[in-house]
Ligand binder design. Structure first.
Ligand code: PAN
Ligand code: ZN
Length: 204
């Protein structure tokens, strides 16, 4: 891990990951339960199990004062009427923010907090989204052919709480209607407001 200041380039066409230390991949079979149309999800997972998204991380100490940063690459695709998207999570330390910079593509960052507020911000090339502390976030690629590529940075001690979203889902979903993305209420949203136990960072 570098001890001196450094710089790197994130605009290398076709070579997005080369600056980063670690690559995580998420295939459809590992995203059970996130899509409304579970039959389509199972069928597609059996027929080739598409790569839904990849995360390229710059490894830094997981401590306050550091910034964990990297690239999310969400590939284009759909499951039923829903677009390829990330699992989504809260930060385990709720008081931590995050910034996203959209390098390429089109989509949304869907967000909500534990007070029941929600927000959707648009991703398009050159656009920044600031996630305020305490807001869960999920990236959604609404493009038909292009990867959605975002650069993110968040405090080193944030941690990830995936369990809360796995248990309750988000309040809203972005689905395709007449060829366009629209925001709808999640019909599966659990009415139980209790938060799941967070446990350890489940990212790897
Ligand atoms: C990002 C996300 C990344 C993948 O690095 O982790 O876009 O999304 P999931 O973690 O929900 O699978 C981030 O928000 N980190 O905190
Ligand atoms: Zn995050």
């Amino acid at each position: 891990m570098r001890a001196r200041p450094f710089s790197f380039d994130i605009s290398l066409k076709g070579d997005w990951g080369s600056q980063f230390d670690r690559r995580l991949e998420r295939r459809l079979s590992g995203l059970t339960g996130i899509y409304l149309d579970s039959e389509s999800q199972t069928r597609l997972a059996l027929q080739g199990d598409p790569l839904v998204y990849e995360v390229f991380e710059m490894l830094r100490p997981t401590q306050a004062g550091e910034l964990l940063n990297g690239l999310s690459v969400i590939h284009p695709g759909k499951v039923g009427r829903e677009y390829f998207m990330t699992k989504g999570h809260y930060h385990e330390v709720r008081e931590t923010a995050e910034m996203y910079y959209c390098v390429q593509g089109t989509g949304y960052l869907l967000m909500e907090n534990e007070q029941g507020d929600w927000a959707v911000e648009e991703f398009r090339s050159g656009r920044v989204v600031y996630v305020t502390p305490g807001w869960a976030h999920r990236s959604i690629n609404t493009g038909t052919a292009e990867d959605l590529i975002t650069y993110f940075a968040y405090p080193g001690h944030s941690g990830h709480d995936y369990a809360t979203i796995e248990t309750h889902g988000f309040l809203k979903r972005v689905v395709e209607e007449d060829g366009r993305p629209v925001v709808i209420d999640d019909p599966l949203r659990s009415s139980a407001g209790r938060r799941a136990s967070t446990g350890k960072d489940g990212r790897a």
